[in-house]
Design a binder for this molecule. Structure first.
Ligand code: NAD
Length: 263
């Protein structure tokens, strides 16, 4: 196999991306589609899925809340119909959760963050693993963690807790599934340009009582490369992890963040 072929995910790869209607998930779904994969996405936002269907015809979709087990079961019924099996799960779903000192956080916000960011991975893995074990196409599970799964993140304890938990989940699954030929890795994006990061910076600026622009400059100072990453940078890493070139990469937490030095 040439190096060019080794760096391409095989055509016809069957891929499921959770929370794939916008943001990083949509970039990942679009990248796999562009490389000739068959892609199914799920998302809680019906209108965002309709926009994606218009922009990227051929991607099939389910409306689902990734934190609700019966919704996840319905997604896998749709995957069976649309793809007939699964070679790649990119479990991308994750919400920012609340920002604030731990004693001011509501229990409901804490629980919602754990439900969406962590429990969903249990539901998706439970349904995906039998399909991945049955795949002969370099099967791979990718968990979307965060730089907040590598560094402590003051005022974002629920989010950081879930993103660290995903690294433990991924490393354990890599050991469990390695003998079955299934690889499991986590991608840890840093500060990704876009609406979500604008919201995160805004919330943090408000909590600290400083202007959003000051907080933005503070964010850039923490990054060795002094720039944010793009959703496409993250998508390219997901493609690489599903290519033949990555066939011996498993159990790894891979940062795509320009080297965030502290949070
Ligand atoms: P986003 O906030 O842009 O949302 C992406 C999609 O998630 C939306 O279409 C939304 O409808 C969907 N969604 C939200 N809750 C859902 C639920 N319960 N069930 C199904 N779908 C749901 O997210 P993003 O910024 O693209 O982030 C994607 C992943 O990357 C998350 O796990 C996030 O924690 C992680 N991440 C993002 C950044 C960043 O800077 N954007 C940095 C590090 C890690």
């Amino acid at each position: 196999m040439s190096f060019m072929d080794a760096l391409r995910p095989p055509p016809g790869l069957r891929v499921l991306v959770s929370a794939g209607a916008s943001g990083i998930g949509a970039a990942v779904a679009g990248a796999f589609r562009e490389m000739g994969a068959r892609v199914h996405v799920c998302d809680i936002d019906r209108s965002a899925l309709e926009r994606l269907a218009a922009e990227a015809p051929g991607i099939t979709a389910s409306v689902a809340d990734a934190s609700v087990p019966r919704d996840v079961d319905a997604v896998f019924d749709d995957v069976k119909n649309a793809l007939g099996g699964l070679d790649v799960l990119v479990n991308n779903v994750g919400i920012a959760g609340p920002t604030g000192p731990v004693e001011a956080l509501g229990r409901g916000d804490w629980e919602r963050t754990i439900d969406v960011n962590l429990n969903s991975h249990f539901y998706f893995a439970g349904r995906a693993v039998p399909l991945l074990k049955a795949s002969a196409n370099n099967p791979c599970l990718i968990a979307m963690s965060s730089v907040a799964g590598r560094l402590g993140y003051a005022l974002r304890t629920p989010y950081a807790s879930t993103k660290w938990a995903l690294v433990g989940f991924m490393k354990s699954l890599a050991i469990e599934l390695g003998p079955h030929g299934v690889r499991v890795n986590a991608i840890l994006p840093g500060t990704v340009e876009g609406e979500r990061m604008n919201g995160v910076i805004g919330a943090r600026a408000a909590a600290a009582g400083v202007p959003a622009q000051t907080m933005r400059e503070e964010y850039l100072r923490k990054i060795s490369l002094r720039r944010m990453v793009t959703a496409e940078d993250v998508a390219a890493t997901a493609l690489f992890l599903c290519s033949p070139a990555a066939r011996n990469i498993t159990g790894q937490a891979i940062s795509v963040d320009g080297n965030v030095e502290y949070l």
